[in-house]
Design a protein around this ligand. Structure first.
Ligand SMILES: *Cc1c(COP(=O)(O)O)cnc(C)c1O
Length: 427
């Protein structure tokens, strides 16, 4: 095989016009990519320092079984997470089976009947509707007498400070702040903005617990919400901090009290953090965290590349090609179900696993309309790996994220572009 790089790209079915167009865009992104590399370098050192400080050693990779008493690896991993996120304690467990579950445990662990939950940043991520009881569900917070209030962001994406002030009352116990936009096209919040919001709500009621849904935000900036006053940060290990290597898991980092309360909900009152076997996956969790800053950098480059490509072709992208980034998600408003499905087909065809299957929209549990997902991932559902998903509803927006390397993200975007345009660029 003696191909040039462009010929290699063409062998994936990419039209030459698309390759030329994309290569030009890549060249123009050099200075932004350099900034991303600097953030990644900082976070790499942050993680390295946390591992050295907590004396991570070979013995911590040993498996435990059964109750998992005295699991040194698990306890050290949690100490490392607490160092990275600058918190008193952390719960990092394979028994937290997803981001939704981690959020569920953090909420149920820290709320009691009669308390009120407040979201000052609009409606939370879809899968929390049934956790909170926004849509009625057996076992929701609402069924346990925990009420919910929401204050939407203003038209321009700013916090509605007056509305938030009016919403905080004697029952308000926990404030949930979602960093990433999720399946909406609102702007993602920067860590600095989150810090301002936390400061504001605590100035009204100092004892409020501020929880941040940190999904997709980890290592995009050099600080995390827990550096600016969050009492709990919560996320999934099959997104950013698992680095693509964690096979399962979630984390809750925060104050000793919040983490302890969450641990009683995850295992049992009286048991808390003392139990929970790790069955031999601890090494993957350490190693995934270690490579995560670099993996996140690759995913961010892919997101900016996708935004620039689709911006240039006249599509609305959120964030657009020049806005600052606070998570790895790229929303592209494609405007028709056909284009959304084509985009996802292109991403699927670029996958290392299951590249030969065709994604179809389906009624996924936890969502209120059909959803299409492209994911040829090593870890099922892993969205730090190259993936795209879209609820099949107006305005037909596809959410693109991940890529374990920048180069994989790039070919994914090119194949999606090929499918959406059928190789005919209308420049
Ligand atoms: C992915 C995500 C969740 C839920 O995580 P799952 O692991 O899919 O359950 C919650 N909030 C946000 C903002 C997310 O992106």
């Amino acid at each position: 095989m003696n191909l040039t790089l462009d010929e290699m790209i063409a062998s994936f079915g990419i039209d030459t016009s698309i390759t030329t167009f994309c290569n030009e865009i890549e060249n123009k992104l050099e200075s932004r990519f350099k900034q991303i590399d600097k953030v990644s370098e900082f976070n790499q050192l942050k993680v390295l320092k946390a591992m050295q400080k907590n004396r991570v050693s070979d013995i911590h990779f040993a498996a435990t079984t059964g109750y998992g008493y005295n699991d040194l690896g698990r306890d050290t991993l949690e100490a490392v997470y607490a160092s990275v996120f600058n918190t008193e304690d952390a719960l990092v467990r394979p028994q937290l089976i997803s981001g939704t579950h981690a959020l569920n445990v953090a909420l149920f662990g820290n709320l009691r009947p009669g308390d009120e939950l407040l979201s000052p940043v609009g409606k939370p991520y879809d899968t929390l509707d049934k956790v909170i009881g926004i849509s009625p569900s057996s076992g929701s917070l609402s069924e346990y007498g925990i009420t919910y209030r929401q204050v939407d962001l203003l038209e321009d994406g700013a916090f509605d400070y007056e509305g938030i002030k009016a919403a905080i009352n004697s029952k308000t116990k926990l404030v949930t702040i979602q960093r990433s936009k999720g399946y909406t096209t609102r702007p993602t919040l920067s860590v600095t903005q989150i810090g301002e919001l936390i400061k504001f709500v605590k100035s009204i009621k100092p004892e409020l617990i501020c929880m941040v849904d940190n999904c997709y935000g980890e290592f995009v900036e050099t600080i995390e919400p827990s550096d600016v006053g969050a009492d709990m940060v919560v996320g999934s290990l099959i997104k950013n901090p698992g680095g693509g290597l964690a096979p399962i898991g979630g984390y809750i980092c925060g104050t000793s009290k919040c983490v302890e309360n969450a641990s009683y909900r995850l295992t049992s009152p009286g048991l808390g953090k003392e139990v929970g076997a790790t069955l031999g996956i601890t090494q993957s969790l350490f190693q995934g965290l270690f490579v995560s800053p670099q993996v996140v950098a690759g995913a961010l480059k892919g997101a900016i590349f996708a935004a620039t490509v689709f911006d240039k072709l006249g599509y609305v992208t959120v964030p657009n090609s020049i806005e600052s980034r606070h998570d790895i998600i790229q929303a592209i408003i494609l405007g028709s179900p056909e284009k959304v499905i084509s985009f996802c087909k292109g991403i699927q065809a670029a996958a290392p696993v299951d590249s030969f299957v065709t994604p179809e929209p389906w009624a996924m549990p936890g969502y209120d309309c059909e959803v299409i997902m492209a994911a040829g991932a090593f870890i099922q559902g892993s969205s730090i790996e190259l993936s795209a998903d879209a609820p099949i509803k107006q305005p037909y927006t596809v959410f693109f994220q991940g890529g374990l390397s920048w180069h994989h993200a790039k070919i994914g975007v090119m194949m999606a572009l090929q499918e959406v345009t059928k190789g005919i660029l209308n420049l």
